[in-house]
Write a protein that binds this ligand. Structure first.
Ligand code: SAM
Length: 339
């Protein structure tokens, strides 16, 4: 495929002169450490239809009011500005993104934005059986499904919902669309729970076209029950898999979160996050958020927004400090930030 290079960035052919001129006018989004920001996570809702024990209390949380949520048009506008600054990878998340009505309509709007190269979704998968088709048609290219157990009893125990069969049906449905690849299955690795899941999930990865990933349990649970010793490490997981199948390490992109030790090199992070209520976070563990909703709703121009984004990103943290003394928890839990 032919690609055009404008201002150090690459765009597919077929863009009008005017679009290219606008795109090239905006400088790249670079943080104070010289890292160019290329990836954005957009939380479209804080609501979820699961109650995973490591994420949300059984009774749920205090949900945002409807008018506090960014509209699809507001999200698309921010993504347009960010794409013009070189952000080319957008992941939709939540809460549970599929509970927000007409999500394919947002995917369609984002897919149409010049510069957006990679459009993916993180979901618990329970509504995928109905929505995989419309999402692919709208332009979704990649999928992450969270799945912590392949046993009905343990799945229900961890999510507080008896929904394993529907999640597996959602995955099967997603598999029918070859345009939707890779399909990643993410499992939060918790000591005392996940050990028995490791061989079963490794076997799933051998049998199905899924990339299975084990995610470090992080101090982002609403119940604040996280302890360092509840984390099942990458080395422990690898050893459990290698009891049955030897593994080979695949070199990963420096910014990839799918390495054995997810946080071993936070310094390479090129991601920012947009919460469902329009706050920009420059790190999952930020204590500070940058309000984008107010300027969006009070007439700021695209240039004003670009300036604000640039300013916020200049203050992006070098890396998180989970394993360092004096670590302070993030101000919100995972579902409220957008996991
Ligand atoms: N509902 C969607 C899902 O289930 O994928 C998207 C949002 S969810 C908050 C995103 C991911 O964050 C899920 O894979 C979930 O398992 C993970 N997560 C939530 N709390 C976590 C924690 N304390 N530590 C590690 N991962 C966590």
């Amino acid at each position: 495929m032919l690609l055009l290079r404008v201002g150090g960035r690459v765009f597919p052919p077929g863009l009008g002169r005017e679009t290219l001129a606008t795109l090239s006018r905006m400088d790249a989004l670079v943080d104070g450490w010289g890292r160019e920001i290329r990836s954005l996570r957009v939380s479209v809702t804080d609501k979820c239809n699961f109650r995973c024990r490591y994420c949300m209390p059984a009774e749920g949380l205090e949900w945002l009011e409807r008018d506090e949520l960014l509209t699809y048009e507001e999200i698309a506008r921010l993504v347009r500005v960010l794409a013009a600054m070189g952000v080319d990878e957008i992941r939709l998340t939540g809460g549970e993104p599929l509970v927000r009505r007409e999500l394919p309509a947002l995917v369609e709007q984002l897919h149409a934005i010049p510069g957006v190269r990679d459009l993916s979704l993180t979901t618990n998968g329970v509504l995928l059986d109905r929505l995989a088709g419309p999402l692919v048609e709208a332009g979704l290219t990649r999928l992450n499904v969270s799945l912590d157990s392949l046993s009905h009893v343990r799945f229900t125990e961890i999510t507080r919902r008896d929904a394993l069969d529907r999640v597996l049906a959602g995955l099967e449905e997603a598999e029918r669309y070859p345009e939707l690849r890779p399909i990643k299955v993410n499992c939060v690795a918790m000591k005392g729970f996940t050990e028995v899941e490791v061989p079963a999930l490794a076997e799933l990865a051998r049998r199905k076209p899924y990339v299975v990933r084990f995610i470090e349990f992080m101090p982002l649970d609403a119940d604040e029950s996280w302890r360092g010793d509840a984390v099942l490490t990458g080395a422990e997981i690898r050893a459990l898999v290698e009891e049955r199948w030897p593994l080979e390490e695949i070199p990963a992109k420096a910014s990839s979160t799918a390495r054995r030790f997810r946080f071993a090199d936070g310094a390479s992070c090129d991601r920012i996050r947009l919460t469902a209520d329009g706050q920009l976070r420059t790190c999952l563990f930020s204590r500070k958020e940058w309000d984008l909703k107010t300027p969006l709703r009070t007439g700021a121009s695209d240039e004003d927004m670009a300036e604000l984004l640039r300013f916020a990103v200049r203050h992006k943290e070098l890396k998180h400090k989970i394993n360092e003394p004096g670590f302070v928890r993030a101000s919100r839990s995972m579902s409220q930030i957008g996991g």
